[in-house]
Design a protein around this ligand. Structure first.
Ligand code: SF4
Length: 663
């Protein structure tokens, strides 16, 4: 207490860059710690939680705390270091604590982190409630032992001292006070930019090598008290600003039978209040029936099953050998049988994955029936197995570095930005091969996921033509406009990467480069959609290229029907939104039932002679588009504004709505 405050002043921070204001999640992680400390030492502490760095900066200057606690992730790691330095400069006696998954967890890794960050007193590598409370207890009790409490790491006389808490040996019931019910998160729930985050269980039994969630120390699934979970759901609904998105951050929602009851509880809230509209869940991998029930109860239109790869050897290398693709096929069939869409994630650069098996994975993802397929790079996360020296060597991982979108700002007079380290090559996939997939991934994103050419591609699927193969062929199109676009995409994608963090940081410290980053660093997927929308001719050429490839394949199979192909193209053209600033409209057209059964993916339409389809651009789309693309009444469809518009929800407006008119 240092004789300065009546109560021990504690700042708990889960920082996020506020340079680009977007959706953030409530700081649930540090609030757990706050709630625990509050309960253990009633009336003895004054706890304040921070999310925005500018507010922390001001508070550190005006009223420095006794203890500063910082959550540590890939998106705030360097920002944390800046605040550690600032804290110790302003108040050398302040106790600094950091905790989270963004650290190598072997003794050398932790020691190296603490040694290179001398402003940090303690690190808590796993769950933080107990260890942090122990630190607080020691300070309140005036104890000055050098040995850190259990669960905390400290360097003492140049040596690492750490006695871990064995979380896997703990009871399966988590008995910790609720951060929400403690009231600590009230101001964040009232902030409409904050997405409520809820947790019902902890731990993940799968142990994927690229992830820090399923690490051995936290592999046991432990549950929070169900009554507290229910109370929290009601509390969040009551105290929130009516946020339409909620996230349940369990690694495997649906893994426990009770999760269906939790879904029913969420449904009750939705029915009563009209929100949340979107509930994000990471579904359990091996419990299809329950997952489908959960999706249906919540009223979502889609479930998700991340396959990452379909290659059994790659899955084994990844620690996902116990996730069987044949089982997943059954799960997906079950979703489909219940008229639900299913999305998946695929990673490029996995251990043992080569170009051939990655392409096969993409093909199989379409064959399995995924409605949305999202390929991603692999971020190297300290704390995961894949990031260790051993794995890097074993799989010949070559990594490169780039800024993390939105994670940069100026604080305490310094420019600070986060570095993403991603896999760029392995001993089974060269960098050129990995990069070669950029265009195909974008085509899947634009033509399939965003739905722009989905009717045409679904029509091709009916004749066993795989959309991944079609789009792969299109990616090497000879068409001048497309070739220029794809070459530009490839070279721009490669130019984002730096050989080392220092090279990257040096570049962005140079005059003008940082400003350029802040003003024009965008996600490439959206940037190239914006480019395409600025030149409608490209959209037309893309459509022509896709239909040409499909046409040639169908002719080779003797299955080409010109009349029906023209109708498919006509349907597709009506679906594509050609002008985001178009007026509200609604038009109807009739198509053969056999075409509609394919494009709507609905077998019941097959036997109808004709089906009436209604295309529309609803009023809420018009409002959204005008708000963002006509700010202050003046049209702004510049590349940067269009890209930002797509990033914040405009992707939904790439296609007009379409539905079958019931008769
Ligand atoms: S990727 Fe998912 S399933 Fe795998 S360890 Fe992480 S949380 Fe668990």
């Amino acid at each position: 207490m240092c004789g300065r405050h009546a109560k021990l002043k504690i700042y708990l921070c889960d920082l996020v860059y506020d340079t680009i204001m977007t959706n953030y999640v409530v700081p649930l992680n540090v609030a757990y710690i706050g709630a625990c400390v509050k309960e253990k030492y009633p009336g003895q502490t004054d706890i304040k939680i921070f999310k925005y760095p500018k507010q922390l900066e001001e508070a550190l200057r005006n009223s420095p705390p006794d203890i500063l606690g910082l959550s540590h992730y890939s998106w705030n790691a360097r920002l944390d270091v800046l605040f550690l330095k600032m804290a110790k400069r302003l108040s050398p006696d302040m106790v600094t604590v950091m905790g989270g998954p963004h650290i190598r967890t072997d003794a050398d890794g932790i020691k190296s982190y603490l040694t290179t960050n001398p402003d940090l007193d303690y690190y808590i590598p796993y769950e933080g409630e107990e260890p942090f409370s122990e630190i607080v207890g020691e300070i309140l009790g005036g104890r000055t032992t050098e040995k850190p409490p259990r669960g905390c790491v400290r360097i003492v006389d140049g040596e690492l001292v750490f006695e871990p808490v064995l979380f896997n040996k703990k009871s399966k019931i988590i008995d910790l006070p609720s951060p929400y019910l403690s009231g600590l998160l009230d101001p964040f729930l009232a902030d409409s930019k904050m997405i409520p985050l809820l947790e019902t269980n902890r731990g993940c039994p799968f142990g994927c090598v690229y992830c820090t969630w399923g690490i051995a120390a936290l592999s046991k699934v432990r549950q929070r008290n169900i009554d507290v979970v229910y109370e929290e759901i009601d509390y969040v609904a009551e105290k929130s600003a009516g946020q339409v998105n909620w996230i349940f951050c369990d690694a495997n929602f649906g893994i426990l039978p009770r999760d269906l009851d939790i879904a029913r509880k969420i449904r009750k809230v939705i029915d009563k209040r009209g929100y949340p509209v979107n509930v994000t869940l990471w579904h359990s991998k091996n419990t299809s029936k329950r997952n489908v029930e959960i999706v249906k109860v919540i009223g979502a239109k889609a479930g998700s099953i991340a396959i990452q790869s379909t290659d059994p050897v790659v899955l084994e290398n990844c620690g996902r050998g116990n996730i069987k693709i044949d089982e997943l096929r059954k799960h997906i069939a079950y979703y489909k049988g219940n008229n639900l869409e299913v999305t998946t994630d695929i990673l490029i650069g996995l251990p043992g994955e080569d170009a051939e098996s990655h392409l096969r994975t993409l093909n199989e993802a379409f064959d399995i029936g995924f409605d949305q397929i999202y390929p991603y790079n692999i971020r190297m996360l300290p704390g995961s197995k894949y990031e260790t020296q051993e794995y890097r060597q074993k799989y010949g991982v070559k990594a490169k570095y780039r800024p993390i979108f939105g994670a940069y700002g100026t604080y305490d007079g310094e420019i600070v930005l986060e570095v993403e380290e991603s896999v760029r090559a392995t001993n089974s996939m060269m960098e050129e091969q990995l990069d070669g997939f950029k265009v195909l991934h974008w085509l899947i994103y634009f033509c399939w996921n965003a739905g722009v050419f989905k009717p045409i591609l679904r029509y091709a699927q009916k004749y066993e033509l795989n959309p991944a193969t079609i789009l792969h062929t299109v990616s090497s199109s000879k068409n001048c406009l497309l070739r220029e676009l794809f070459n530009d995409m490839r070279s721009r994608s490669m130019s984002e990467w730096f050989q080392s963090p220092d090279e990257m940081l040096g570049f962005y410290q140079m005059k003008g480069n940082y400003e350029k980053l802040v003003n024009s660093f965008v996600k490439l997927n959206q940037l190239y959609i914006a480019i395409v929308y600025q030149e409608p001719e490209i959209v037309q050429n893309l459509q022509d290229a896709i239909t040409e490839v499909i046409g040639a394949e169908l002719k080779a199979k003797g299955l080409y029907d010109e009349a029906i192909m023209e109708l498919v193209v006509d349907f597709s053209s009506k679906l594509v939104c050609k002008d985001f600033l178009q007026k509200e409209f609604c038009l109807r057209s009739k198509y053969p039932g056999k075409l509609c059964s394919v494009v709507f993916n609905d077998a019941e339409l097959l036997n109808k002679e004709t089906v009436e389809a209604e295309f529309s651009f609803p009023k809420e789309f018009v409002t959204f588009c005008e708000f963002h693309l006509k700010p202050n009444g003046k049209k702004d469809i510049s590349l940067s504004n269009l890209t930002r518009f797509l990033e914040i929800g405009g992707m939904d407006m790439l296609t007009n709505r379409v539905q079958v008119v019931s008769n």
